[in-house]
Design a protein around this ligand. Sequence first.
Ligand code: MF3
Ligand code: CO
Ligand code: CO
Length: 260
Amino acid sequence: MMGIIIKNAEQIDKMRIACRLAAEVLDYITPFVKEGVSTEELNTLCHHYMVDEQHTVPAPLGYGEPPFPKSICTSVNYVICHGIPNEMQVLKSGDILNIDVTVIKDCYHGDSSRMFLIGKTTPQAQRLCKITHECMMRGIEQIKPGATLGDIGYAIEQLAQNSGYSVVQEFCGHGIGEGFHEEPQVLHYGKKGTGLVLEAGMIFTVEPMINQGKRHLRILSDEWTVVTKDRSLSAQWEHTVLVTETGYDILTISPQTGRA
Ligand code: MF3
Ligand code: CO
Ligand code: CO
């Protein structure tokens, strides 16, 4: 395989642009994410924003085998990830939803996802979304040259487990650049001080999937939609992160709010 690509200054500049654009799609779609809208409508809005306004390419469209049929992933309630936008799926009060956006600009990929809470959600659903964000941030905060991938996974798993939740093991973060999914694999569980030692210039995602119930999953017959086996709620947040000389730089911060 290719191995891990340490990005140079020029590649980092291009990644900064792609990642900002991914975050801008999420900022753009936010006011539309409401009770009564279908996930298909959200897909159509994002698709046109990417293609017509940003002149970016939606990386999910046609990706993989079978080819992913839409331009974003929309994962509602017990869907862990890779939910396919659908006109029959209309958001209702109480739903929680992950929107995952990956754009390609000038050959480079930017990948980010956020949770959205629809109408009046339960305290349990709110807590799951909040702690999943904290899990992602705890993982990201470990990042600096000399730290290991195991440090990231350990930090995420500790917080998830101490909060009474489980970490999905079958899907993970990934290196990203000219490739959508590059090496290394970034597991969201692990042991401190183990695994790959981080170096400045690495770029990868941190994107923990955290379940309210057990960690086990099932893939639907569409071969994409990943759901919790016990139908418990699942949440996910994702950032693309650069390892810097002194720590980390989150490349997919919201330009609108300045928040991670
Ligand atoms: N964006 C997802 C990730 O974070 C991958 C989606 S693959 C797709 O890695 F084909 F479903 F879009
Ligand atoms: Co990703
Ligand atoms: Co993603």
